[in-house]
Write a protein that binds this ligand. Structure first.
Ligand code: ZN
Length: 228
């Protein structure tokens, strides 16, 4: 096959990103990416997230059956993607973006594991966070109120994927640091967070609250944050 246009490659990139392309398509995309900076940038954009207008998300949210329909179509087309051809993939793109990229699903409380809450020598609180079901996370949203409560909400697309590119709470250490700045930005320099939670679909899981007695971070953890 000869040269493929950027437009077709850009339609395929989200599929490529989620590793659901046929072998043949993967080869085409990779050959193209090797030579085309514009498409490499496009892939970076996909990795960095696609966001859609809120009203579209809300509309889709209320159309559960429509989503199922698209999902079934998607499943079939995945098998036959190359047979249907590149045009088919392009037509699916709209539904595809909705299912795989919109950030609207909260995770359930049962899969969140918080551990090793401790304090670095510089006073910053750190903890380990893990989503135990192994699925990917799109992003973490911030919510807060004037009573000092700060909520971290991990969110996912409607169709969960296990791809290797994007943010996972894969037992990584988190700093409780940036949130304080965000809070002050909203409620003023004197405002302090009193409690930090993970917000899930079922309940809010307390990570930290003011007055908690925290152990000093281990040397290993200190070293980890020093090198960052
Ligand atoms: Zn290109």
């Amino acid at each position: 096959m000869g040269k493929i246009s950027c437009e077709i490659i850009k339609d395929l990139l989200p599929l490529y990103y989620d590793e659901v392309c046929s072998v043949e398509s993967v080869r085409l995309v990779e050959e193209h990416l090797a030579e085309c900076q514009s498409c490499r940038l496009e892939l970076d954009k996909i990795k960095a997230n696609i966001s859609l207008p809120q009203e579209v998300v809300a509309k889709n949210y209320s159309e559960g059956d429509a989503i199922k329909g698209v999902a079934a179509l998607w499943k079939r087309s995945k098998v036959k993607a190359f047979v249907i051809g590149l045009l088919g993939a392009a037509l699916l793109f709209g539904g595809y973006v909705g299912l795989f990229q919109w950030e609207i699903m909260k995770v359930s409380a049962g899969v969140v594991e918080i551990s090793n809450l401790s304090k670095l020598s510089n006073g910053i609180i750190v903890y380990q966070a893990k989503l135990t079901d192994g699925y990917n996370l799109n992003t973490i949203k911030y919510d807060m109120d004037e009573y000092g409560n700060f909520y971290l909400t991990p969110v996912r697309p409607i169709v969960k994927t296990k791809n290797k590119f994007y943010k996972e709470l894969n037992n990584t250490y988190q700093r409780f640091d940036h949130e304080r700045l965000v809070y002050k930005e909203k409620y003023g320099d004197d405002a302090e967070i009193e409690a930090l939670y993970f917000r899930t679909s079922g309940e809010d899981i307390l990570i930290w609250k003011k007055g908690m007695d925290l152990p000093a971070a281990s040397d290993e953890v200190e070293a980890k944050f020093r090198s960052e």
